[in-house]
Design a protein around this ligand. Structure first.
Ligand SMILES: [Ca+2]
Ligand SMILES: [Ca+2]
Length: 497
């Protein structure tokens, strides 16, 4: 008898509560660093829509980090709620559905489904994986409704204007001396804004926001740019004057003070960096990345407008995150997957209903904290996860916060404090930077005795153990199928914690 009455009480409580629960619009942006207006990472970055959105009321986390500085592991950590060191997901080849801890725990969207939300996604939210070389796992199994904007031919580059390191092509001209190794490529697309996949995701978001829902919703919309290749419509390249573009300042001997315990240099310049330098393309590369960010911003603008025009404008929490940062020459490299500032830090912005002005928060939150925080903000049952609930920071950005931001790679750990940044590689290489006086991380202070205490304090946060990944190796399928053709992998939510 007692059991029945408890259940009926819970049902009543859940129903009356459901009406007051906020909706969630979560927007992911792939490979975006802090070159956006609200973060000020590049003085020339133009993100008018994000600027307006933040000026209208949002919290901007200036020192937010990713759990891992590359797509798959970063997203897996955010969506599972478990750090790479807990799940064993360190690389893009590691599919979290084979991780022991993820097998028994609901992912973020599954947990919201399980507790009365209707969940929907489009675009890149989960990292896609091939299974057995046969079919594609888009993470579609985690959502009540999953759509996937399809690729269009016009999303490709205009061949007459493309630049590609591997193809040895610069501004449409191919010569043997242009050849390089690496992944950089950019240029205008054949289609305009309306033809782009990311714009289709924004249009889908707009349509969804016109629907009626009988439950609170959790919408996740994923923007792929500024992920390579940097192919966006010409109008976004035209927003920037090439001659006056300012590439990041690079110190040519920057890596000389990062030594392995053996005394040998721990890092060397990357192939992409050498190619850009040799070809004198610093300005072009910087402009291409900025153009891609402005394109992503245009897609964001469409979604912001759609939310504002909808009946959900006043009861929806908006969460915007980039999955990790990106190098554009700093530390003599391009791309991602490093433990430095440029890569570990990532844009992270939260708008709560009722926020009316931009609020800066300096606390070192992590994307791993999104899951427990949304659970708390939406009144779902508390769940044990690796992240911390930062909802108190949304009330008071100066509230106490003792944990640094921790970022784990296959080969090292970054421990980000508000001022000090400690980095350790598995081979024993260590770094310490004073971000207040040296934001570019040019001077490694690890050998400086007066900083030994601060280094030792931060070092305590390096994960003591690292789970190994036990799942099968990623096998790329012959063809990535569209989500609606992918097999049904939906999990029984009642069996998941
Ligand atoms: Ca990414
Ligand atoms: Ca240095």
């Amino acid at each position: 008898m007692k059991k029945i009455s408890l259940i009926s009480l819970l049902v009543v409580a859940t129903c009356s509560f459901a009406a007051e629960r906020p909706n969630i619009l979560m927007i992911a942006i792939d490979d975006i660093n802090d070159w956006v207006g609200p973060l000020g990472g590049h003085p020339q970055a133009r993100t008018p829509h994000l600027d307006t959105f933040c000026n209208g009321g949002a919290m901007i986390f200036k020192n937010a980090v990713c759990a891992a500085p590359i797509c798959g592991p970063s997203r897996s950590a955010l969506l599972s709620g478990f750090m790479p060191s807990t799940s064993g997901v360190y690389g893009n080849g590691h599919n979290m559905i084979f991780s022991d801890v993820v097998k028994t725990h609901a992912t973020l969207p599954e947990y919201f489904s399980k507790h009365g939300y209707y969940t929907l996604s489009n675009g890149k939210i989960f990292h896609k994986h091939g299974i057995d070389g046969q079919y594609t796992d888009f993470g579609h199994w985690a959502w009540d409704e999953h759509a996937r904007a399809r690729r269009y031919v016009g999303n490709g580059a205009d061949k007459k204007k493309v630049t590609s390191c591997k193809a040895g092509t610069i501004n449409g001209v191919t010569k043997p001396e242009y050849n390089g190794t690496g992944k950089l490529s950019w240029g205008p697309t054949q289609c305009d804004l309306e033809g782009m996949v990311d714009y289709k995701v924004a249009e889908w978001t707009e349509e969804i926001l016109q629907r009626d829902f009988d439950k609170p919703f959790f919408i996740a919309s994923g923007i792929i740019k500024p992920h390579l290749p940097w192919f966006v419509p010409q109008e976004f390249f035209d927003m920037y004057d090439l001659e006056s573009i300012q590439p990041p300042e690079v110190k040519e001997d920057d890596l000389a003070d990062i030594l392995k315990p053996s005394g040998k240099p721990a890092f060397k310049p990357s192939a992409e960096y050498e190619w850009v330098k040799k070809q004198g393309l610093e300005k072009e590369a910087t402009r291409a990345y900025l153009a891609n960010i402005s394109f992503a911003d245009a897609c964001l603008g469409k979604m912001f407008q759609a939310l504002e025009n909808s009946k959900y404008a006043d009861n929806t929490i908006v969460v915007i995150w980039g999955d990790h940062g990106w190098h554009l020459g700093e530390k003599q490299r391009f791309l991602k997957n490093t433990t430095w500032n440029e890569c570990a830090k990532t844009p992270f912005i939260v708008k709560m209903p009722g926020m009316k002005k931009p609020i800066i928060c300096d606390r070192t939150v992590s994307l791993i904290d999104i899951y427990p925080t949304l659970v708390s903000l939406c009144g779902l049952p508390e769940k044990e996860l690796d992240g911390l609930d930062f909802s108190k920071l949304l009330q008071n950005p100066k509230a106490e916060w003792t944990r640094p931001g921790i970022t784990v790679t296959q080969s090292g750990t970054s421990v980000m404090g508000e001022r000090w940044h400690y980095v350790q590689q598995l081979d024993g290489t260590e770094e310490l930077y004073d971000l207040q006086n040296d934001p570019m991380e040019w001077t490694n202070l690890i050998k400086n005795p007066e900083h030994a205490t601060i280094a030792a304090e931060l070092k305590k946060w390096v994960p003591a153990t690292r789970e190994k990944f036990n799942g099968p190796t990623h096998k790329k399928p012959k063809k990535y199928v569209d989500a609606d053709e992918a097999p049904n992998m939906r999990r029984d939510l009642s069996t998941l914690k």
